[in-house]
Design a protein around this ligand. Structure first.
Ligand code: PEP
Ligand code: MG
Length: 749
């Protein structure tokens, strides 16, 4: 028996559900729905506009407007009142539409005779799908109840659209997630891949949209919210020692979970006829719509938190975990809003690419993607809304572009690019066992950068002579607690074993700045990149550094050991760090442990100051490795993680090359071995310039070794040195144009 006080929206929703249950094709269904809404709300007109593409709305069904205008009347986003509803994602309710700002008269529809207008957005989780409109001849203002009823109806329409309820040959546009979309982000890791979307957090699929029993449904919602609150409280207890940021997020979760307004609005939706799940989604949709318009980063963060919380609540209500039973497609490309380094590492090399809605170039996830050598695009706005599991997708990590559901021409062009890259890779593979000796007879030693065990097989595959930089921080970042000395020693020993006698330069822990260990208290720093990081932390908190050095010594056990300290800014720091290492060697000797057969101790030159250190420093260091990523950011005062400035200055600028020449000269004078291990060493033209100014050892990601070697084999380093001098004489800003011309003129290897 229907409740006597049954609201308009409940009645409307029930009828809508019955109508949708009847058999029928897409257009037929849309027509029936407009009729049903117009009858139920006693309006002269009801129309459904859906997006034809991201910018254009099309009238897809109407009761009241001229039938011949269906599929003919179109408007751009923002155009007219309908376009305004779509753009702002908020309702427009007016008794006098023609005098409303932005009103656009469409003669083909015959709408001039309608005075009142109520339009609400059809949207699902921030994705704009269309606009639902009712109009009347009489100048009536629609009541709050009516607005709400139409809003709730639009929500159900959005869900049905999403489920493909209106797709048929005659309404092909009512099919979201079908069009090709190109999204632009930032390049997190170079490389290209074609594959299928694998959502890290698959959407919860809600199929029951309407409820018959608001009392039972409200009880279900309350029970789920209670479970949610308990789980957030538990999380807060568990992370009592966590860093401030993590706790702030959880506090925000708790605030939302306890918010009366949130619960009240959802209960109101249930009262209006929605199921508990649909009520949660309605709130979530509205939060996402606000998120897209919110300029304030703090507010955006909180709206993200609310979004996460809604997902948790939906999972409780539907019982759907992250594992929906979907089978991972072949050539999976991971799509996520963000992902932790541990989770990404778990997926491992089976992923062909990663696309993140947020993320950053220097994030831990990016470090892992780099270690796994899979293309990564970051800052890819709306990707998690647009992409569905299994969608075809192309990731262009070189350009920072993602093609979702690409059409044939885009896919074909892209495949051509991949074929060319594969052919080039085959050519490079042939060079694997050839030493990189330039035409002039000078040899350049090519090494690889690594950070996880999975990198080591690349040693043989790439033809690298050794590991010029082993970043040790990943093992510290991926855990919830400090790794044990024995675990580290075992890992380092495995690395040395896999290197089969090739040199591995272990860099001691480089934490701080963007690399934060969740279990270590970290002070708030105004400028962390220039703050308490790397060897500075090691020297102030010697416990961790000593433990790591002990692990390295034990891992070497009779084999040669190479250790380098990151971000050494002055001679004294190097002396202090080296002393700690030597003391640990003594201690290990005392304990009777086998010692390394040979010890090399070096410094990473990552701050300009070290280039001007006293001669004694250059004489003491067994080797110096230039960390170009940091050195360049400090040389140009341009944050390496800031998209606005990070590409602004050229590595081949004469100023930077002249500075690098100073380092080359000082090392030559003291006989100190010098290498370069920043990302630029992996860019062939840049690598050639380094070799040209006298860097004889370069360390890079394994995939770059082939292309770099190919170029060195064809070049004459003396000619490049001459180009540098010419460029200086001519006063040009950068060597790049000259060097690029030079490379174009080289004959194939
Ligand atoms: C560098 O700064 O160039 C470097 C190799 O170290 P990281 O990128 O790990 O800071
Ligand atoms: Mg560095």
């Amino acid at each position: 028996m229907p409740d006597r006080s049954e609201s308009e929206s409940r009645k409307l929703l029930r009828r809508l559900r019955d109508t949708l249950a009847e058999p029928g094709q897409g257009q037929e269904r849309l027509d029936r729905i407009t009729g049903l809404i117009a009858d139920s709300m006693c309006t002269d007109v009801c129309s459904i506009y859906l997006f034809r593409d991201r910018e254009t709305l099309e009238l897809c069904a109407t009761r009241g407007l001229k039938p011949e205008s269906v599929h003919r009347t179109r408007m751009r986003l923002g155009e007219g009142l309908v376009g305004r509803v779509a753009r702002t994602a908020t309702a427009v309710n007016t008794a006098d539409a023609p005098s409303e700002r932005g009103f656009r008269y469409m003669p083909e529809t015959g709408e001039e005779i309608y005075s009142s207008f109520l339009g609400v957005p059809i949207q699902r989780l921030g994705e704009k799908l269309g606009v639902l409109v009712v109009q009347s001849r009489e100048a009536r203002a629609y009541s709050e109840d009516e607005v709400y009823a139409l809003d709730v109806t639009a929500m159900v329409l959005a869900e049905m659209t999403e489920l493909g309820a209106f797709v048929s040959d005659d309404t092909p546009i009512a099919a979201p997630h079908k069009h090709p979309v190109m999204l632009r982000g930032g390049s997190g890791q170079e490389g290209t891949a074609e594959g299928h979307v694998w959502l890290h957090e698959p959407r919860v699929v809600v199929t029951n949209l309407v409820n018959d029993d608001p009392v039972a449904e409200t009880a279900r919602l309350r029970e789920a919210v209670e479970k949610l609150r308990v789980s957030v409280d538990d999380l807060l207890r568990l992370t009592a020692g966590a860093d401030k940021e993590q706790r702030e997020i959880l506090e925000a979760y708790r605030m939302f979970a306890k918010s009366r307004g949130w619960l009240r609005r959802m209960e109101q939706s249930i009262e209006s006829g929605l199921s508990a799940e649909a009520a949660v989604e309605k709130e979530q949709s509205e939060a996402r719509a606000r998120l897209q318009l919110a300029p304030d980063p703090y507010l955006r963060e909180r709206l993200h938190d609310l979004d996460d919380l809604s997902n948790r609540l939906l999972r409780i209500l539907t019982g759907q975990g992250s594992d929906t039973g979907a089978v991972m497609p072949d050539r999976p490309i991971l799509v996520a809003r963000n992902i932790g380094p541990g989770e990404l590492l778990e997926y491992g090399k089976k992923l062909k690419g990663v696309v993140l809605e947020e993320g950053s170039v220097g994030s831990h996830a990016a470090v892992v993607a780099r270690a796994l050598a899979i293309p990564l695009v970051v800052h890819c706005d709306t990707i998690t809304t647009e992409a569905l599991n299994g969608d075809s997708v192309i990731v262009d990590g070189d350009e920072g572009v993602v093609h979702l559901r690409p059409d044939d021409s885009v896919a074909a062009a892209f495949r051509d690019k991949i074929v060319m890259q594969t052919q080039a890779a085959a050519r490079f593979a042939e060079l694997r066992d050839r030493p990189a000796v330039a035409r002039c007879g000078t040899a350049v030693s090519l090494h690889m950068n690594a950070g996880i065990m999975a990198d080591l097989p690349s040693l043989k595959g790439s033809g690298a002579e050794g590991v010029g930089l082993f970043r040790t921080e990943l093992q510290f970042l991926l855990r919830n607690s400090m790794p044990r000395r024995s675990d580290l020693a075992a890992l380092y020993a495995r690395v040395l074993k896999a290197a089969e006698g090739r040199r591995v330069a272990f860099r001691t822990l480089d934490i701080g700045s963007d690399k934060v260990m969740p279990y270590m208290n970290r002070p708030e720093e105004p400028n962390p990149a220039m703050g308490w990081r790397a060897v500075r932390v090691g020297l102030d908190k010697t416990g961790v550094m000593r433990m790591q050095l002990q692990a390295l010594i034990r891992a070497a056990a009779g084999r040669p050991l190479t250790v380098m300290f990151p971000l050494v800014a002055e001679h004294g720091e190097f002396v202090a760090a080296r002393d700690i290492l030597l003391r640990e060697i003594d201690r290990e000797a005392h304990l009777g442990h086998p010692l390394p057969s040979r010890l090399e101790v070096g410094a990473m030159l990552e701050t300009p100051s070290l280039a001007f250190a006293p001669d004694a420093f250059f004489q003491m260091a067994d080797f110096i490795s230039v960390g170009g990523n940091d050195l360049k950011q400090f040389f140009f005062a341009a944050d390496r993680e800031n998209e606005l400035v990070r590409r602004r200055y050229d590595t081949l600028s004469i100023s930077f090359l002249t500075f690098l020449q100073t380092i080359v000269r000082r090392c030559a004078e003291s006989g100190t071995h010098l290498s370069f291990c920043g990302e630029d060493a992996g860019r062939p033209i840049d690598a050639l310039a380094m070799a040209g100014i006298g860097m004889r050892t370069l360390s890079m990601r394994p995939a770059s070794i082939g292309p770099v070697k190919d170029l060195i084999l064809r070049a004459d380093l003396g000619e490049i040195a001459a180009l540098v001098e010419d460029a200086k004489r001519l006063g040009v800003a950068s060597l790049r144009p000259q060097l690029t011309d030079y490379v174009r003129g080289l004959s194939p290897a």
